[in-house]
Design a protein around this ligand. Structure first.
Ligand code: MG
Length: 304
């Protein structure tokens, strides 16, 4: 018997939503929870509280929450690279940075063609070490999530950092406000959200799907799914290629064919999700003021 955590829209969803499982509240008190990243070696999750300019840490071993970073750069999206290092999108820092194994912080990207980035929002690392990130203006639109400023670039693009040269190339330049992004399990596809409806009346509230060419360029880019409640922000892909995405009323689950098959209802607007736990079958959910988690009968996509 499924709990009221889940809403089944298609019977295919019942393969992933288990009976008697319910969402758990792990923490409350954030202003805008975002950027979850799970560290298997340490058994903890980091996530951002953007307006409070802090990164929090949830310890899976004892359930405690502590402050990992504060007054650093209004961090938004995070990911963990192949070497287990934290890669961060900083609003106020207006850069993509990395915490090295000795604890020092390295700037990976701060400019494009000599102009400052807007405010990197979300990031993913491909198996070849390349780093792909989105750069909308949310962190420079107000003083709430960063420092208000005009865009130097004058556009909100998607970029790739080359693993060999460190060079920053624009891989998509036709977004209004690119946001969350994730690769398909075999990395042949890249999904990218556009939350442009926040700035443009009847603007985009969808996820687009691109083909990845030679590991470094994108083609295609058709609309994969349009959000039915609120906006798609961050999302993750599971081992079956399903997309578990943030939305206005919880987490929406889409099949690789683009069918919305079910929801996890959270009671608050969701900004991002991350698979954690030793088996990577716990979906951590950043839902505005709360961090929630739910067990699923699926796991994070394995990296190639
Ligand atoms: Mg985002």
């Amino acid at each position: 018997m499924l709990t009221n955590t889940f809403e089944v829209l298609d019977k295919r969803f019942t393969r992933y939503a288990m009976g008697n499982v319910h969402k758990e509240l792990l923490h409350s008190g954030t202003r805008w929870a975002e950027g979850p990243a799970y560290f298997p070696a340490g058994k903890y999750l980091l996530w951002s509280d953007i307006p409070n300019d802090r990164v929090l840490r949830y310890d899976e071993t004892d359930g405690s929450v502590s402050v990992f970073m504060q007054n650093h750069g209004n961090h938004n999206g995070h990911t963990v690279d192949r070497e287990g290092r934290l890669v961060s999108c900083e609003h106020r820092g207006r850069r993509v940075s990395r915490v090295e194994v000795d604890g020092s912080v390295t700037t990976l990207a701060a400019h494009y063609k000599g102009k400052r980035l807007n405010s990197p929002n979300d990031v993913v690392v491909k198996s070849d070490g390349s780093i792909w990130f989105t750069d909308p203006t949310y962190g420079i639109d107000s003083e709430y999530e960063g420092d208000r400023a005009e865009s130097e670039i004058g556009a909100s693009n998607v970029y790739r950092i080359d693993p060999d040269t460190g060079g920053v190339d624009a891989v998509a330049t036709d977004f209004v406000k690119p946001n969350g992004l994730a690769f398909s399990p075999d990395e042949s596809l890249l999904y990218i959200a556009d939350t442009g409806a926040s700035h443009v009346e009847n603007g985009p509230r969808h996820i687009r799907r691109f083909k990845v060419k030679k590991g470094r360029k994108l083609s295609g880019g058709e609309v994969f799914a349009t959000c039915t409640v609120g906006l798609f922000d961050g999302f993750r892909v599971d081992e079956h290629g399903n997309i578990w995405t943030s939305a206005g009323d919880g987490v929406h689950c889409y099949t690789p064919d683009g069918d919305l098959i079910g929801k996890i209802l959270t009671g608050e607007v969701v900004a991002n999700v991350e698979f954690g736990g030793i088996k990577r079958n716990r979906l951590y959910i950043c839902a505005t003021t709360t961090l929630q988690v739910v067990y699923l009968n699926t796991r994070a996509a394995r990296r190639p």
